[in-house]
Design a binder for this molecule. Structure first.
Ligand SMILES: Nc1nc2c(ncn2[C@@H]2O[C@H](COP(=O)(O)OP(=O)(O)O)[C@@H](O)[C@H]2O)c(=O)[nH]1
Ligand SMILES: [Mg+2]
Length: 382
């Protein structure tokens, strides 16, 4: 009955976004502990300048685990993420007795930092599977943990664990138990902690700028790939079609019927336009000119990369307009020129998409230049 009530109570709770910073000395087992907390399969993972983000849903918490590490001077750079954290997991290699002084100094620095002081702290006393590992109570002594957390007024819990063992079992994971404690501690003071996070993130323009840049770059890459696929597919299909249509106009090898139909049609166009004869353009010449333009532009559209494609597209659009004009002139029914209409529309679409992406690229380049100029100015001022 009590379990039932607990469950019903948890269901009513709102989903809370909690960011947890996983810190500690190198090789303490931060990455392994983080993985130990995640239930397989792994949640969303994304790399952020030496810091790896994992997303995990645990009861009514959406947890963002920030596994810090990677690269020289990361300790300094990881301070960028302090403001984001609602709580901290400090991982200690309990078996590395020689580095305890270093561990204590690191923990002292962390708890003194204005963006972390007062935030709930979980100490994972990792590598308990090793023979020489210090027990939880011994670590409390060695690190003067009580004194430190009292000074920073942080709620604290120490969880002896072995990330290695946790990875091999499905239940009773100590790392996960520690995380549950931390989430409960965060939820006790969630409103205050969240207000701090919102304020501190606002104060961290470097981080926001980086995230904004990363997002817009990702978006640009995605858009670029989508546009490229559309344009390549359209160019290829249109190119092949015009090579085919042009060849039919030039030679009977592909289809004798279609070739003689073309001959007949172009004779009627030439007749309807007496001005062409005066210019010395016969129906055969007109057909061959249009056929050659179609084949050449079709080949360019299919095979040649870059700007020439757009020129070929434009020429073919002019040819389609001329063909539509000829059909209108001789009073052909719609079914005879429907294909010219459809391919004219497709050519227009392709040209518009290509132009749009060019303009967007130019705008992005301009914007980047502006931002760079602003940044250069900033450096000079400071
Ligand atoms: N025996 C043992 N080894 C561990 C444990 N956790 C991590 N390790 C090992 O410690 C080394 C460093 O682990 P890692 O997670 O990469 O440390 P990080 O640098 O803090 O991220 C690796 O070789 C791990 O296999 C543990 O609980 N027990
Ligand atoms: Mg690591």
């Amino acid at each position: 009955m009590r379990n039932c009530c607990n469950w019903a109570f948890k269901l009513q709770q709102p989903i809370r976004n909690v960011t947890v910073l996983v810190v500690g000395l190198d090789k303490a087992g931060k990455t392994l502990c983080t993985r130990g907390m995640l239930r397989a399969p792994l949640g969303k993972v994304s790399s952020t300048h030496g810091c790896v983000r994992y997303e995990l849903r645990l009861e009514n918490f959406l947890v963002n685990l920030l596994d810090t590490g990677g690269g020289p001077n990361f300790g300094v750079r990881s301070r960028e993420y302090y403001g984001e954290a609602h709580g901290v997991i400090f991982v200690v290699d309990s078996s590395d007795r020689q580095r305890m002084k270093e561990v204590k100094a690191h923990l002292t620095d962390l708890l003194k930092h204005p963006r972390l002081a007062g935030k709930p702290l979980l100490v994972l006393a990792n590598k308990q599977d090793r023979m020489n590992a210090l027990l939880g109570s011994e670590l409390v002594e060695v690190l003067s943990l009580e004194k430190l957390v009292n000074q920073s007024r942080s709620l604290c819990h120490i969880e002896p664990c072995s990330a290695l063992m946790d990875l091999q079992r499905w239940s009773d994971r100590k790392t996960l138990r520690g995380l549950r404690w931390l989430l409960q501690a965060v939820s006790l003071d969630y409103l205050n902690l969240n207000a701090r996070v919102v304020r501190d993130i606002g104060k961290s323009p470097g981080l926001q700028e980086k995230e904004r840049k990363a997002k817009s770059e990702k978006c640009q890459r995605k858009n670029k790939v989508e546009r490229t696929i559309t344009i390549v597919a359209l160019s290829f299909a249109l190119g092949l079609f015009f090579v085919f249509m042009g060849t039919i106009k030039l030679t009977p090898r592909l289809s004798k019927d279609a070739y003689s139909e073309m001959k007949r049609a172009y004779k009627s166009y030439a007749k309807a336009l007496p001005g062409l004869k005066k210019l010395g353009i016969t129906s055969v010449l007109l057909r061959k000119i249009i056929g050659t333009v179609e084949v050449a532009c079709g080949v360019v559209l299919t095979l040649v990369p870059g700007k020439p494609k757009d020129v070929a597209n434009f020429l073919l659009l002019l040819v389609m307009l001329a063909v539509l004009f000829f059909h209108q002139l001789v009073g052909d029914p719609l079914k005879r020129y429907a294909h010219a209409l459809v391919f004219g529309i497709l050519l227009t679409c392709r040209l518009l998409i290509a132009r749009q992406s060019d303009e967007r690229l130019e705008r992005e380049e301009q914007r980047e230049e502006q931002v760079n100029a602003q940044e250069k100015n900033k450096i000079k001022v400071s």
